[in-house]
Design a protein around this ligand. Structure first.
Ligand code: ZN
Length: 138
């Protein structure tokens, strides 16, 4: 079991980050507190806090980015849901032993100083699922 402490964030794929940021700031009324490029994933992200849960907007920086491919296939919209965990490596081993279809068998670097790993939507009723844990120093 993952036993997440909370939903860490909801990831939303957008074509144009600035336009989407403006919507969240002016219509929803939440402030973008950080923009960050994640080279590994070929995306630039923008973050908002709504209570404990964050919204993560994702814009592709390259046509080969998973976000570009997602938008091409399905259009803009909810891309993934992320659960906060304190046992990422153990979770991945456990999920693998239960034959859950993992995109990442080992943690990799995400935005916000998080180690992250994705579970394939085939195993999660169609929802791309991210597990994330604050990166340990050192
Ligand atoms: Zn995410």
């Amino acid at each position: 079991m993952i036993n997440p402490s909370h939903i860490e964030h909801i990831g939303i794929a957008v074509k144009d980050l600035e336009t989407a940021i403006s919507y969240y700031e002016k219509i929803i009324g939440v402030k973008c507190y950080k923009k960050e490029e994640v080279k590994d994933q070929k995306v630039v992200t923008a973050f908002f806090k709504v209570g404990e849960v964050k919204i993560e907007l994702l814009e592709a920086t390259d046509p080969g980015s998973p976000i570009a491919k997602f938008i091409e296939k399905r259009g803009e919209g909810i891309h993934h849901i992320a659960f906060a965990t304190n046992n990422l490596e153990e979770n991945l081993k456990d999920l693998e032993s239960k034959e859950v279809n993992l995109i990442d068998k080992k943690p990799r670097k995400g935005a916000e100083n998080m180690d992250i790993a994705f579970i394939h939507p085939k195993s999660t009723f169609g929802v791309l699922t991210e597990l994330c844990q604050p990166r340990k120093k050192g």
